[in-house]
Design a binder for this molecule. Sequence first.
Ligand SMILES: *Cc1c(COP(=O)(O)O)cnc(C)c1O
Length: 366
Amino acid sequence: MVPQTHYRCWVEVDLHALRQNVAALRRRIGPRVKLMAVVKDNAYGHGLQQVVHVLMQCGVDAFAVANLAEALAIRQLGGTGWPILLFGSALPFEHDMIVEHHIIATVSSVDEAERLNTTARAHGKIQPVHIEIDTGMGRVGVWHETAPATIAAIRGLPNLRVEGLYTHFPSADDNPEETRRELALFLRAAGSGCLLHAANSAALLNLPETHLDMVRPGLALYGIAEGLIPILSFKARVAFVKEVGPGRTISYGQTYVATRPMRVATVTVGYGDGYSRHLSNRAEVLIHGQRCAVVGRVTMDQIMVDVTGIPNVACGDEVVLIGRQGNTEITAAEVARWADTIPWEVLCDINQTLRVPRVYTGLHAA
Ligand SMILES: *Cc1c(COP(=O)(O)O)cnc(C)c1O
């Protein structure tokens, strides 16, 4: 049961469904493959602390983030025991904190590794690193052709310990052949002798041969994939209902003109809450379990929706922007299509300040 909320606009996160998703992914990968939970950008907007807390209870093997502040926040939650990998290149001024808090750094070059080695030596510590190998992503990582020499040089640095080697697939969701080719390039460059990992959610779900020693799902944990449970709902409320005659216009730019008598509800969400302006005149929302069209432009704080066909819509009624109401559901993927973007961005764009509070259910394991 979701506690009754008194918010204008909020997110509900079902932590029990998160546990079920972890269990489902574990069944897919089997007992020998490790699970690194990707919780960057505040756990894809779901809330870092609550999500990480549950994932620790579920016994995931490691965490990955893309921001040092997030790595330190996880450290504060869970003591010192959890491996935390920082994606991307660490900035030189971050090296002290990384070493001090035993965050695993990603390195892509001997230069970068040498600087980190110097910091580790100054602290009298051995610093764990994973080397990223670029097989086509072209973001960070040593190009696969020169990787063996780079790996050997980094292995020679006394205050670093190379614990893992990884690559990241640029098109695992729509190009399995290319992904298999990149996997082969990675395996050839990496050789053996430490933890190998490559699979994001799409590779984990579609290409079992990419599982290797560890998988790195983000999106799948949050249930945005076939057979998994979406754990996030995005909701707002009806604040005003009016009758509108033919010829009346709706919202900025007057892009919507009523062609018939209609009833229009004003809803308490806008692009300031992370409901994209690209959804103007395109998206649908759920009211009383039925789909209603967004009419006119999305404004900063409010949207208008056509509720002509729905009886008794009243001020205070719940509006579902993403999630389920009755037997109907709007998925993050559907919202992404309407907004010409991807579900990752839809989730991360939901405002993460006090404008959109997160409400958690299933906090305690059943
Ligand atoms: C974000 C990210 C992932 C997780 O990707 P999903 O598609 O959300 O599963 C895995 N690895 C790296 C390097 C990433 O940046």
